[in-house]
Design a protein around this ligand. Structure first.
Ligand code: ATP
Length: 302
């Protein structure tokens, strides 16, 4: 039976994360290293953490990091959203948490990702509900009870670090806190590069045609074509870099999720430009149209 949240896992890798280099390194040292090489930690007499808190604004890549670390370290991944655990029926929330920890221990190494941790574990003085109080207590009990440290790790994500119960932030619980902030201009360029990786930007189709022509040619023709190919390649490269630079600098305040949406929206605009020439009643879109479809820089603009 697939783990909860498995459908959203896909094969996210470190290559899919833009910016956040230091943060990712920190998460890897804290989670992946002890998972893969517990002997290093045993030898040095240090305890790997049981919990790591990722905090920062929404859409900055907290979930992405958790998925990538699980994937790349081959850990079983269980993802839950805080509010989902809170059940109004007496005792059910605790039962749900116990099941999640059982599943993790049975499938260790494992990562339990709790999104919106603040909704399960708000500061106890803020809490009016009895349920939340019991859930925090249960979560603490489960984390304290983890036997082999480092083989089951809980990653909590929150937009509001100050809203998390202090008891959870003590050593032996979520004892590492890593800020996942909004991306810098350089990071935004990297994120856009990732999200436009597979997109045909202006000029790219011409490059593909020229490449085919080159591959099918021989002798002196190949030498002439090689020069042309190089020229087009440089030109296309320049257009793509220009796009990345322009939209990297124009998007102050955008987080990763916004940049992903920007790239998707540009592709949708391009698609709308082609719709009038596509007969949607026929089963297949003609190859020539498919081969000519491109995303223009203007598709990215307002
Ligand atoms: P929330 O607090 O709302 O749960 P989050 O920080 O967990 O947000 P993610 O779910 O990781 O955000 O990001 C949403 C989407 O935005 C990702 O699936 C990805 O497409 C894109 N994204 C966010 N940050 C990055 C990044 N640093 N690099 C590449 N893509 C990113």
């Amino acid at each position: 039976k697939p783990a909860a949240g498995f459908e959203g896992l896909k094969m996210i890798s470190y290559e899919d994360i833009g910016g956040l280099k230091g943060e990712l390194q920190n998460v890897r040292e804290t989670i992946e290293l002890p998972m893969r090489h517990p002997e290093l930690f045993r030898k040095l007499g240090i305890d790997p953490p049981k919990g790591v808190l990722l905090y920062g604004p929404p859409g900055t890549g907290k979930t992405l990091i958790a998925k990538a670390v699980a994937n790349e370290s081959g850990a079983h991944f269980i993802s839950i959203a805080g509010p989902e655990v809170i059940s109004k029926y007496y005792g059910e929330s605790e039962q749900r948490l116990r099941e999640i920890f059982d599943e993790a221990e049975e499938n260790a190494p494992a990562i339990i990702f709790i999104d919106e941790l603040d909704s399960i574990a708000p500061k106890r003085e803020d809490v009016t509900g009895e349920v939340e109080r019991r859930v925090v207590a249960q979560l603490l009990t489960m984390m304290d009870g983890l036997e082999e440290r480092g083989q089951v790790v809980v990653i909590g994500a929150t937009n509001r670090l100050d809203a998390i119960d202090q008891a959870l932030r003590r050593p032996g619980r979520f004892d590492r806190e890593i800020e996942i902030g909004a991306p810098s201009e350089e990071d935004r360029i990297e994120i856009l590069r990732i999200h436009t990786r597979g997109m045909p930007i202006e000029g790219e189709n011409r490059l593909i045609l020229k490449r085919n022509e080159f591959n099918c040619s021989s002798g002196t023709e190949k030498i002439t074509l090689e020069k042309e190919l190089k020229q087009i390649d440089d030109e296309v490269h320049r257009v793509r870099e220009k796009m990345l630079e322009e939209f990297g600098s124009k998007t102050n305040g955008f987080v990763g999720a916004d940049l992903a949406a920007l790239a998707r929206e540009a592709a949708m605009r391009a698609l709308r430009r082609y719709l009038p020439i596509i007969d949607l009643e026929t089963d297949e879109v003609p190859q020539e149209i498919l081969e000519s479809m491109e995303i223009k820089l203007s598709d990215f603009r307002d």
